[in-house]
Design a protein around this ligand. Structure first.
Ligand code: 8YV
Length: 327
């Protein structure tokens, strides 16, 4: 049986079906995650590894993983894994491209509504004051119906967010380095615009791109300045696509009206400055943190591992170019 190392605890009822397929080593729950040193010591004998909580699989660990054939990532974004080096070493990388789509788009939609409608702010104030605010003419919330959402990164999650926004009467524009076909654009009633024009035109800008070196700080102060002063910025993708200090500046100086973000530049930490601002909604990277989705993600990742190890067709290989390499 192939040996699988899982870096973080997974509930036994989710893991149980895979115990017939692999010899599994996993923290027992008393211990939630293995440390890097523990993983380094164990890794040479393992055939496969499952990285939980963005556990890094980079050169220093890859070089020790003498038997490794496949690494699975608990998430669609795999910036914690040095994929080109895995490819060089003949190690397959699999991820969870389908199971995170709907929960992550739901969360992005939820935090967009939360900031545009002041849900968190009103909830907090009402708990403190215990009196409903009587003001009848109060310029705080915006009507999303009829407004423009600009989606940055029009992959599965971006498109799923677009569908939701259309459902409440918003108009969709998008930017993606790979423009969709006219048929796909028509089906989603989404209009392509260059990056800067999306920033300048949208009432809500929602980020759904992967984190790559090219996308590092793609949303910086200059980008915030291109947005409307009335715009809201939403990020349920990756923290470092934005400069967190620049987001703080943009909010404090009125470059934008508000923001909602599930991700942060230096996770697990959130800057004290950002956390002290009222016109921002922050959630702790919970895009796919729904037990139903988590179970689906484990299934998608570990089924991929099984398929790779047994040379079966597999939909979620990231470095597919390995398939054509004679090993
Ligand atoms: C996970 C994610 O919560 O899919 C992704 O890229 O960021 C999330 O689904 C994360 O990978 C777990 O650390």
């Amino acid at each position: 049986m192939y040996k699988l190392l899982i870096t973080g605890w997974i509930p036994e009822e989710i893991l149980a079906p895979f115990r017939e397929k692999f010899e599994i080593t996993v923290p027992d729950g008393e211990k939630v995650n293995f440390t890097m040193d523990e993983v380094k010591e164990m890794i040479p004998t393992f055939d496969a590894m499952f990285t939980i909580s963005a556990f890094p699989f980079r050169r220093e660990l890859i070089d020790l993983a003498e038997n490794m054939k496949v690494v699975a990532n608990f998430g669609v974004g795999y910036d914690n894994i040095e994929v080109p080096y895995c490819t060089e070493k003949g190690i397959y990388v699999v991820n969870t491209p389908t199971t995170v789509t709907e929960p992550t788009a739901e969360l992005a939609f939820a935090i967009m509504l939360a900031i545009a409608k002041g849900v968190v702010m009103y909830d907090k104030a009402l708990r403190e004051e215990k009196v409903c605010h009587p003001a009848m003419f109060f310029d705080r919330d915006i009507l999303l119906y009829g407004k423009i959402v600009g989606i940055l990164g029009f992959g599965r999650i971006g498109q799923s967010m677009a569908r939701r926004c259309k459902g409440i009467g918003m108009n969709v524009i998008y930017y993606d380095p790979f423009r969709k076909s006219p048929e796909e654009e028509a089906a989603l009633e989404a209009k392509y615009l260059p990056f800067d024009e999306v920033l300048a035109t949208a009432d809500v800008i929602s980020c759904h791109m992967p984190y790559t070196p090219e996308n590092h700080h793609i949303i910086d102060l200059a980008a915030f300045r291109r947005m409307k002063k009335t715009a809201y910025f939403v990020n349920a993708a990756r923290g470092p696509v934005m400069s967190e200090p620049d987001l703080v500046t943009a909010l404090n100086t009125g470059e934008i009206r508000g923001a909602a973000t599930d991700v942060f530049e230096h996770e697990p930490h959130v800057s004290a400055e950002l956390a002290s601002i009222e016109n921002v909604v922050i959630t702790p990277h919970i895009g796919s943190n729904v037990l139903e989705a988590r179970k689906n993600m484990v299934n998608e990742a570990l089924t991929g591992v099984f398929e790779v190890l047994n040379s079966l067709p597999c939909h979620n290989i990231v470095n597919r170019e390995l398939l054509s390499v004679q090993k």
